[in-house]
Structure formats: structure tokens, C-alpha cells
Ligand binder design. Structure first.
Ligand code: NAD
Length: 249
């Protein structure tokens, strides 16, 4: 499929997991992709395999974001697709939550996506597509994931408000809300047989998702196949959000 031929894209957090799968899928569909991540080693290896460029950036840092968008401006002079994928969790019950932990999650998951959207929109002179990574935790709650749930709820509304503000410029903004996906982040919540059983008891399809099952949604949202979709969050969760109680057995 070449429905993204001629498009230029940035994928943040592209060195691993969902971001890596999204970068690979966008390239497979014809896009040129600038991969960016804090993890330089893994990012360089993947970019080389995909025949694309890599730039190291901590998306929470203003200077790193500026360098990233300056690079796109000088190399391509424009941008068509931004995937705000970089994200972190911070496990802490309310009593143990620190301001430092909360601030870091909000800086990476929310502030970075907000200001990357601002910078990207300035380069999207002929319209574009911005895709944010939300989560089922935008709507559901885990008691020891307070900062993460707040951040993903914020992404849902960031998606909505920027979709409205950028619509007159032909820029669509949507989000993907995954359930449990088999990445390093996914493995950290699946640690142990009991945790795995609990997660699957809340997953009607009876399995966790693969990063490629999120990447295919990103490619769709980036393409003209989604030309009339903006401000939406597409949940890919194996049915979790529709389930009351737990699956039988
Ligand atoms: P992951 O931890 O496997 O990979 C995240 C990548 O982001 C890593 O390569 C990491 O180096 C990079 N990163 C982290 N902080 C960064 C920063 N400040 N600047 C630049 N890069 C940074 O995570 P994943 O599971 O692939 O998750 C990707 C996105 O999907 C996240 O936004 C996450 O919240 C969301 N998500 C994941 C799941 C899941 O089950 N895996 C579920 C719902 C939502």
C-alpha cells in the first residue's frame, strides 16, 4: 500500500514498542519518517533498518523539541504527519505520589504533545494529520496510576480542542486509545501470572494486543481514508471498554 507516498512524518518515542511499529508501518505505506526518541542506540538501529533518519530528543525539553522541528524545517520545509507517541507511566498510590513523579508524567505525556502539536501545525501549511496516543486509562482507573490516568484523560481533551482549533487550517487531530499492548510498557503491567489473568478477565478478545494492531490505526488516521475524521479517539482494547464486570471463566 502506498497511500502515504510523498508524505513526511515525525514519530516520537519511535525506538521501541508502539512507536517503532508505527514508524515501520508509515514507511511501508510510502512515508518518509523522522524517528525520534530519548533512546539513541535503539532508535538509530531501527532508523537504519527502515532507511530513515533518527534524531535524539527528550520530548519534555523545549530545546530538544525546537531542534527536532528546526531539523524538519531545514530538511523538508514542511510536515504532513505527527505522531505524539512518546509516553511514560509512574506507579504510585495517592499517598506515595510525589510532585516530581507527577510533573515528569505530565511533561512527557501532555506538555510535549501540546507543544509538538503547536510546532507541527506551523509546518503543516497544506493541512496534515496529528495522532496522539491516549489509552483506555483516559476513561478507566487503576489506583496506582494516578498521574498516567490524568495525563491520558488530558490527551483525550487535547485531541478534541486542537482538532477544533486546527480544523480551519485543514489539520486533523485524532487519538488512539490502546488497551494492553505487548511492549516494554505492556510487559511491566503484565508482570506475574495473577496480573495477566486479571487483565485477560477484562479483555473480551482474550488476548493482549500487538503494536502492529495500533500501527495500522495510525496509518489509517494519517491517510486520506480518514479525511472526514477529526477530534476522535479510537479505542483498540480487545473490547475492554464495553465490558461490565469480568469475562466468565
Ligand atoms: P514503551 O515504553 O515500550 O516505549 C516508549 C518509547 O518512548 C521508548 O522508546 C522511550 O525511550 C520513549 N520515550 C519515553 N520518554 C520519552 C521522552 N521524554 N522523549 C522521547 N522519547 C521518550 O511504550 P509503548 O507501550 O510503546 O507506549 C507508547 C505509547 O502508547 C505511550 O504514549 C503509552 O502511554 C501508550 N499506550 C501504551 C499501552 C500499552 O499497553 N503498551 C496502552 C495504552 C497506551
Amino acid at each position: 500500500m502506498t497511500r502515504l507516498a510523498g508524505k513526511v512524518a515525525i514519530v516520537t518515542g519511535a525506538a521501541a514498542g508502539i512507536g517503532a511499529a508505527i514508524a515501520e508501518r508509515l514507511v511501508a505505506e510510502g512515508a518518509q519518517v523522522l524517528l525520534t526518541d530519548m533512546n539513541e542506540e535503539a532508535g538509530q538501529v531501527l532508523a537504519q533498518r527502515l532507511g530513515q533518519r533518527f534524531l535524539r530528543a527528550d520530548m519534555a525539553l523545549t530545546a530538544d523539541r525546537e531542534a527536532l522541528f528546526d531539523d524538519v524545517a531545514s530538511n523538508w520545509g514542511r510536515l504532513d504527519i505527527l505522531v505524539n507517541n512518546a509516553g511514560i507511566t509512574h506507579a504510585a498510590e495517592l499517598d506515595d505520589l510525589t510532585e516530581e513523579g507527577f510533573d515528569r508524567v505530565m511533561a512527557v505525556n501532555v506538555k510535549a504533545a501540546t507543544f509538538a502539536t503547536q510546532a507541527a501545525a506551523r509546518l503543516m501549511r497544506k493541512g496534515g494529520s496529528i495522532i496522539n496516543l491516549s489509552s483506555v486509562n483516559a476513561l478507566l482507573a487503576i489506583p496506582n496510576q494516578i498521574a498516567y490516568a490524568v495525563s491520558k484523560g488530558a490527551i483525550r481533551q487535547l485531541t478534541n480542542v486542537t482538532a477544533v482549533s486546527l480544523a480551519p487550517r485543514g489539520i486533523r487531530v485524532n487519538a488512539i486509545g490502546p488497551g494492553t499492548i505487548m511492549t516494554e510498557m505492556g510487559k511491566s503491567v503484565m508482570a506475574g501470572e495473577e496480573q495477566r489473568r486479571l487483565i485477560l478477565s477484562r479483555t473480551p478478545l482474550g488476548r493482549v494486543g500487538d503494536p502492529e494492531e495500533i500501527a495500522s490505526i495510525a496509518a489509517f488516521l494519517a491517510s486520506d481514508d480518514a479525511s472526514y475524521i477529526t477530534g476522535q479517539t479510537i479505542y483498540a482494547d480487545g473490547g475492554r471498554l464495553g465490558l461490565n464486570y469480568t469475562m466468565p471463566g
